[in-house]
Design a protein around this ligand. Structure first.
Ligand code: ATP
Ligand code: MG
Length: 573
């Protein structure tokens, strides 16, 4: 490619609305342009890199036995009504109406469409297992689209759906995708971890998120410093406290007046106690009934864990009126004594003694509260968010908190969609059974943005070779010097004919401009043809990642360049 006949609009200025480095660099390096909030045009350079990510994904999905197809972007509402998600999905679903006033949506994901296809086409266990994938544009009307391609509204996703006849088969399909995903992100040159994620009602370790480690990540990754355990913040298990050696002496229960003192911080300050001596009583509505959940004052409730613990389909904070109704007091004074609703507690409460709770009366708290003596508490479980003070739930070693970007997600769906949509097959004994499904997503644009988030320096992008839009950037430094131009043209032709992806900066620009643009755009290998070194028959070769370049004899330039390239190559090929 020749720069002069290409479209590579670089810019020096820092874009004002780009907060993270990958977004800034993709704009500055002429890879993307914003059309409207969360919606981008992929410029030629950006598109070339996206295609590289897609190619790696395709190769590994094909290797894992998945079959590519392409489903429609616009989906009829009927399918979503059948699965029950038309009402449930909320405002992220972009809803449309056609000329006949029929409801439809722009697909944010494709479980319904693939389940509909499979229930029509696949009838027998002999056709199983099967795994279909596509690479396609999705739309999700995100509340806060941001960080460029990281969280767009319109974005490209690879999504795959597996169908199995039994649990063992489904576990195998899941394992194959786990392996394929690891290869994909490794081949993209990313530092990542596969972490356990919440499976909701499905249970087991059948959901993993693939997290690229980066300080700007929106997710928290918890990992053990000693064993392989890793999970996201929501899923990370907390080990129960062990029994303290001696039973503490129980002090007499007392009421204290706490006028207008409501929050944990206010009560702790008012009583001059650390928040860890307090117990929060939180009122929820679970499947329509009120529920009290108790956690230590310095801990945070984890709604996903609570929901799983109590086995509820839905759970939400109770509105103030319901709290007053249940506790008999205004918000801020709830406590477990005298409550007539199901009350559950986090494991950390099991051996707590002489703690502070609300008094279920306005302006009143209780001190020296003890369960067993003052009220009964029988349901303990893990229902809080892990903290840096906790240890690894598997081996007890120290844990680390890191930030991550979720680039991929694999999930066992079980029979959720096949039951709702009556998708079944006949097994070897002629019984009709629902398919056991799995779904597997990768954000293509998010993967590219994450690669840039992990690979850049103060001058610009430092592309890992497998994702670079071009492998080599060729810089003739003096466009008025015929020797420079002819030599460059010769190298350009040689490289192109040997299948190297090369872009030649043939603009009539100062060397400094060409060097800066080459660094900004981040092509892995730079070849410089300058009048001075050419006099001694040499050109300069420099990897973007390396500090210093080296000189190469022009007599066999193309071979030298190709050799250097192969030293920078794809880790798994
Ligand atoms: P998130 O928690 O980041 O919203 P999600 O759980 O909604 O992600 P999935 O439904 O599992 O994501 O989608 C599969 C993959 O698609 C994600 O792992 C991510 O890489 C990508 N993805 C999801 N939402 C977006 C988005 N708004 N912009 C870009 N990529 C996205
Ligand atoms: Mg989401």
């Amino acid at each position: 490619m020749r720069y002069s006949s290409y479209f590579l609009p670089t810019q020096k200025e820092l874009p004002s609305d780009a907060e993270v480095i990958s977004h800034q660099l993709m704009l500055r390096a002429g890879m993307i342009r914003k059309l409207t909030s969360g919606v981008y045009t992929y410029l030629p350079m950006g598109l070339r890199s996206l295609k590289k990510v897609e190619k790696i994904i395709r190769e590994e999905m094909d290797r894992a036995g998945a079959i590519e197809l392409l489903m429609p972007a616009v989906q009829p509402a009927e399918l979503w009504q059948e699965s029950g998600r038309w009402d449930y999905y909320g405002k992220e679903l972009l809803r449309l109406k056609d000329r006949h006033n029929r409801d439809a949506c722009f697909g944010p994901t494709h479980e319904e469409v693939i389940t509909d296809l499979v229930r029509r086409e696949i009838k027998s266990y002999k056709q199983l297992p099967i795994n279909f994938y596509q690479i396609q544009t999705k739309f999700r009307d995100e509340i806060r689209p941001r960080f460029g391609l990281m969280r767009g509204r319109e974005f490209i996703m690879k999504d795959a759906y597996s169908f199995d006849a039994d649990e063992a088969g489904a576990a195998e399909s899941y394992g194959r995708m786990h392996k394929a995903y690891s290869r994909i992100f490794e081949r993209c040159g990313l530092a990542f971890r596969a972490v356990e994620a919440d499976t909701g009602t499905i249970g087991g370790s059948f959901s993993h998120e693939f997290m690229v480690l980066a300080d700007t990540g929106e997710d928290q990754v918890i990992s053990c410093t000693s064993c392989q355990y890793a999970a996201n913040l929501e899923k990370a298990e907390v080990s129960p406290v062990s029994n303290p050696a001696a039973d503490p002496a129980l002090s007499p229960l007392k009421e204290v007046a706490t006028p207008d003192v409501r929050t944990i911080e206010e009560v702790a300050a008012f009583l001059s106690l650390p928040p860890g001596r307090l117990v929060k009583t939180m009122i929820f509505i679970a499947d329509g009934s009120p529920l009290a959940a108790l956690v230590r004052g310095d801990h945070e409730i984890n709604l996903a864990k609570l929901k799983t613990f109590i086995g509820a389909q839905s759970i939400e904070m109770a509105p103030p009126a319901a709290i007053e109704d249940v506790t008999g007091a205004p918000v801020g004074f709830a406590g477990p004594l005298g409550l007539k609703i199901r009350t559950v507690a986090d494991n950390a409460l099991r051996y707590m003694a002489n703690y502070v709770t609300g008094g279920n009366r306005k302006d009143c708290h209780l001190i020296n509260v003890n369960h067993g003596r003052d009220y009964s508490l029988n349901e303990f479980g893990d229902m809080r968010i892990i903290t840096p003070d906790d240890s690894c739930p598997r081996c007890g070693a120290e844990i680390e908190f890191k930030r991550g970007i979720e680039v991929g997600h694999i999930f066992k769906l079980g029979t959720k969609y096949s039951m709702a949509m009556k998708a079944s097959f006949l097994d070897d004994r002629g019984r009709e059974l629902p398919f056991i499904m799995g779904c597997y997503g990768i954000g293509v644009g998010r993967t590219l943005a994450s690669a840039i988030e992990q690979n850049h320096d103060e001058k610009g992008i430092v592309f890992p070779l497998p994702l670079a839009p071009f492998q080599v950037v060729l810089l003739p430094l003096q466009m008025h010097d015929s020797h420079v131009v002819e030599t460059s043209e010769g190298i350009y032709r040689d490289l192109a004919s040997r299948g190297v992806e090369v872009i030649m900066d043939d603009r009539d620009e100062r060397p400094g401009v060409k060097f800066n643009d080459a660094d900004l755009v981040g092509i892995p290998l730079r070849v410089t043809v300058g009048a001075k070194s050419l006099k001694s028959g040499r050109i300069e070769l420099k990897a973007r990642r390396e500090e210093n370049g080296s000189l190469l004899d022009i007599s066999d330039a193309a071979s030298g360049i190709i050799e250097k390239l192969s030293s920078l190559n794809d880790p798994l090929k």
